[in-house]
Structures are given as structure tokens and as C-alpha cells.
Design a protein around this ligand. Structure first.
Ligand code: TRP
Length: 513
């Protein structure tokens, strides 16, 4: 039996946890989600979501992993073996779902980092991205991918597949080195680098002519949106994805902390760093859009494209206009690659940790097997219809997978396990005494318990019911029903069955259950 891994230092843990949280979700997802949901006004639901679900669930995951010294499946098994599947399901659909296409997007960034060097996208980055690079079925009239053609798979995109191989290899090399000598060491290089590049890009962007116009657009609140339920759901969804909640990652990461770690402080540091990072990244992104709008005499709303287009269509356009755009583009895509890899390694570790907790297997072989399987799985999204598949799978795993895990976590820990046991664990490590101890115990952490037991499940419950209603009203984004059912619902079901299967197997040392 191998000894359980440990972080070298608390700072190393913080770097790794922030590395997991800060990813593609912060740099290009957050800005357009904020923009679509009322700009500056989005910050209100966003902050509410951070305090009512983000930080409470993060603290729950950290406390659970640390208290039980266990990965997600083992931690839930210890609460009640009936709920072990939840831990398996989280790490399974994230690894064999989200990370498969997440790594493909990092692969696109690798290509685009190189394209930046000679502005390979020419003067029509939109057509370049969809028809030359992805070769996705294209609707000429809409100038957008033809969502109806989700089954028109015609082959692998080799440049993408090659980059994906490279990204999986890098992930493998980092995690293979172990928690301390692989992940922690890599995080200590990647995080400062990420910080420096981000700062350089933001400052560069803020000084461009027209930046103010973009920033104004970003921060000017559209309060009419705030009564729209969709905006609130967008905020909860963003917080979950961005903080890696419901992934099983934070549970595994905190299980490697030393016994005297301060869970409360760590939760606040990770939670706030992640949010501050994305709010700041938004300034950079919008300055660029403001610059582009000014240069082309357009309105911001004409240059902002939703979702994926933001990084791979709008940005290349801006890069072509910028003085030294080649360097800017190179740095921007490098930033996405670093942010992406420091996130993707975390799920490989979380899954490995779950396997090693349950079965007697050699760590390194498990990691190699995971990366080979993951690479093969990623290839599904490196075909010409990869973008369409990714869009559907992403929608379903985010809206239903992550949110369900969050609700069940809050329910299991809040009601079945009794949050006060975790609370006592957090309090015991705070190192406070006297009145301050009492304030934390009876006020701050009491509020946390209330949140988890009542507010979080209700808020997430409303989100999921609302999403379900929309699902039945019309198929997601005009995709064929077969695509939505097979790829979306199918992915949720198959990973679920797999998780049930794993949770039924005997624990090491047990002959049968
Ligand atoms: N929190 C990350 C982000 O904002 C997402 C993420 C973390 C992730 N770990 C991951 C995605 C592992 C896929 C696989 O981008």
C-alpha cells in the first residue's frame, strides 16, 4: 500500500487549488457570461452566489476532504456507503466528460498561440475558425456552425489531435511526478507566471485607445436584467464551474493537507482569489473589445460574440489590429494554456486519488492508464463536429452534473452527516480562543451551516428546475433531439452507471460487502 500523498506546504496547496480554480472559465467564460447577463449588474447575483454557494460549498469540500483524509468517494462512503456513488460520479463525469473537451480547447489554444505569430487567420477570423480550422458544418446564411448537423462526423482534425496529444502528455508528466514533486512544483512555476502574464495583458489592454469604452460597457449595470431568473442561474453556474465545485477536486486536494491546516482561511483565500482574478480578467477582455470597436467604428455589442467565439474569433480580430499584436496574441493564448493545464491536472489527481483510496493499485500505472483513456476520449471532440458535441455535453454536465452534485453534497453533509461535526473540525484548527473563538463558532460558522442546509439547496434547486423546464420547452440551441438525448442525457446516465458500478465494488481489504 502506498503512503498517502501530502503537500509540502500550505502555500503549495493554495497555489495548486487556485491553479485548479483559475482556468479557461475565468478568462473567457466569465467576461461573456457577465456581459450577457447585465454587465455590471451581474456582479450582484454573482457576489450573492459566491457567498451563498461558492464559499460555503468550497469550505464544505475542503473540510470534508481534510477531516476524513479521503478523496470524494471515500469521504462519502464514510458518511454513509449509500452515497459513495456521488463521489465517483463527480470525478467520473468531470474526468471522462468535462476534461475531455476542456483539453481539446486547450489544444485549440496551442494552435492559436502559433497562429498568432503570423496572424494566420487573415482578415476573416470567423470563417477561419469554423471552416478552416475546425471544419465544422457551417451555415453560410447565419455565418455560424450548423447545429442541425451534429451527426455529420467526417474525420479527425489532425492539427487539433496533435495538440491534444501534447496537452495530455504534459498533464501526464506533471501528475506522474506526484502531489508534491509533480503538481505542487508545477503550480509554483505556473501560478506566478500566470499572474505576471495576466498583469502584463491587463495593463497593455487598459492603455489602448478606446479601452475606456469597453470597460464602461462591462461595468455599466443593466438593472432590468436583475429580475430575470436566468441571470441568477448564470451566476450560480459560473461560480460552480469557476471554483471547481462539485468536481471532487477540492476534496482530494485538501485531503493532502497537514493536520493543522486552517480550512477556514484557505477557503476564503481560494474563493476570493478566484473571483478577483476573473473580475480583473474581465477588464482586460473588455478593454480589448473597446479598442476593437473604436478602431472599426462599431458598437461594443457588434464586436462581442458569445461564448467560444470570444477567444477564437473576436480576439484574433483585435490581435490583427494591435501594434505588436503577434506578441499579444502569443501571450494571451499562452495564458489560456497555462490556466487550462493547471486546472486539468487537478481532475486527474482527484480521480487517481479516488482509485487509490479504494483499490490496491500502483499510482503511476493508474495515472498512465487515465491519461491514455482520456486522450482517446478527447479525440471524439477533435473531429469536425467536436465543437457541436462539446457544446451539448458541456451544457448538460454543467447545468445538471455539477449542480446536482452541489445539491446532494449540501443535503448529505448538511442533513445526514450533521454539519456541526465539520464545523467542530474547522473551529478546532482556527487557533482562536476567548471571544473571537465564540464569534467564529456561534456566528460565522453557524451562518455557514444555515447556508448549507437551507439557502444553498434551495438556490441550486430553483436553478435546476428552471433549466429543466427550458429543456422541455425547446431542444438546447436548436440541436436535434437525438443529439441532445444521446450526447447530453447519455453522458450523464453512462457516467452515473459507471459510478454506481465502482461504488458497488469491495474496498481494499474487504472480500465482499
Ligand atoms: N475551474 C476551472 C475553470 O474555471 C475548470 C476546471 C478545473 C476544470 N479543473 C478542471 C475543467 C478539470 C476540466 C477539468 O476553468
Amino acid at each position: 500500500m502506498e503512503e498517502r500523498s501530502q503537500w509540502g506546504t500550505n502555500i503549495g496547496f493554495l497555489f495548486a487549488a487556485i491553479g485548479s480554480a483559475v482556468g479557461l472559465g475565468n478568462i473567457w467564460r466569465f467576461p461573456y457570461v457577465a456581459y450577457e447577463n447585465g454587465g455590471g449588474a451581474f456582479l450582484i447575483p454573482y457576489v450573492v452566489a459566491l457567498f451563498t454557494a461558492g464559499i460555503p460549498i468550497l469550505m464544505l469540500e475542503f473540510a470534508l476532504g481534510h477531516h476524513k483524509v479521503a478523496s470524494a468517494p471515500k469521504a462519502f462512503h464514510q458518511i454513509d456507503s449509500k452515497w459513495e456513488w456521488l463521489g465517483w460520479w463527480a470525478v467520473t463525469f468531470v474526468l471522462f466528460g468535462i476534461s475531455l473537451y476542456y483539453i481539446v480547447i486547450i489544444g485549440w489554444c496551442v494552435n492559436y498561440m502559433l497562429f498568432s505569430l503570423n496572424l494566420a487567420w487573415g482578415d476573416d477570423p470567423n470563417a477561419f475558425f469554423f471552416t478552416k480550422f475546425l471544419k465544422v458544418p457551417f451555415d453560410e446564411a447565419l455565418q455560424a456552425p450548423a447545429n442541425g448537423q451534429v451527426w455529420a462526423m467526417s474525420g479527425l482534425r489532425w492539427t487539433i489531435a496533435g495538440a491534444v496529444a501534447l496537452v495530455w502528455l504534459t498533464n501526464w508528466a506533471i501528475v506522474y511526478g506526484g502531489v508534491q514533486r509533480g503538481i505542487e512544483r508545477a503550480a509554483k512555476v505556473m501560478m506566478p507566471l500566470l499572474f505576471v502574464i495576466t498583469l502584463a495583458i491587463i495593463v497593455w489592454a487598459l492603455f489602448l485607445p478606446g479601452a475606456g469604452k469597453g470597460v464602461r460597457h462591462y461595468v455599466t449595470p443593466d438593472f432590468s436584467k436583475i429580475t430575470d431568473l436566468k441571470v441568477w442561474i448564470g451566476a450560480y453556474g459560473q461560480i460552480f464551474f469557476s471554483l471547481s465545485l462539485g468536481f471532487g477536486i477540492m476534496i482530494a486536494y485538501s485531503s493532502y493537507l497537514s493536520r493543522d491546516a486552517n480550512i477556514f482561511r484557505n477557503s476564503l483565500i481560494v474563493g476570493f482569489s478566484n473571483s478577483i482574478y476573473e473580475v480583473c480578467a474581465g477588464f482586460g477582455v473588455f478593454s480589448i473589445l473597446g479598442y476593437m470597436a473604436t478602431q472599426q467604428d462599431q458598437e461594443i455589442s457588434d464586436v462581442v460574440s458569445s461564448g467560444i467565439g470570444l477567444a477564437f474569433v473576436a480576439y484574433p480580430k483585435a490581435i490583427s489590429l494591435l501594434p505588436f499584436g503577434e506578441l499579444f496574441g502569443f501571450l494571451f493564448f499562452l495564458l489560456l494554456i497555462i490556466a487550462g493545464i493547471s486546472s486539468s491536472i487537478s481532475i486527474i489527481e482527484a480521480f487517481t486519488s479516488a482509485i487509490l483510496d479504494k483499490f490496491t493499485l500502483p499510482r503511476k500505472k493508474v495515472i498512465t492508464a487515465i491519461c491514455v483513456l482520456g486522450f482517446v476520449g478527447s479525440l471524439l471532440f477533435a473531429t469536425n463536429v467536436g465543437l457541436l458535441w462539446l457544446d451539448i455535453v458541456d451544457h448538460f454536465l454543467n447545468q445538471y452534473g455539477l449542480i446536482t452534485v452541489g445539491i446532494v453534497e449540501a443535503f448529505v453533509v448538511g442533513w445526514l452527516y450533521r454539519t456541526d461535526k465539520l464545523k467542530a473540525h474547522i473551529v478546532s484548527n482556527l487557533g482562536l480562543s476567548g471571544t473571537r473563538h465564540k464569534i467564529f463558532d456561534y456566528v460565522v460558522l453557524q451562518l455557514w451551516m444555515y447556508c448549507l442546509r437551507f439557502v444553498t439547496p434551495v438556490a441550486l434547486g430553483i436553478a435546476i428546475v428552471h433549466s429543466l423546464i427550458q429543456e422541455f420547452a425547446s431542444p438546447y440551441e436548436g440541436y436535434p433531439v437525438s443529439g441532445v438525448i444521446v450526447l447530453g442525457v447519455g453522458w450523464l446516465l453512462i457516467t452515473h452507471i459507471f459510478a454506481f458500478g465502482l461504488s458497488g465494488l469491495p474496498w481494499r481489504g474487504e472480500t465482499s460487502r
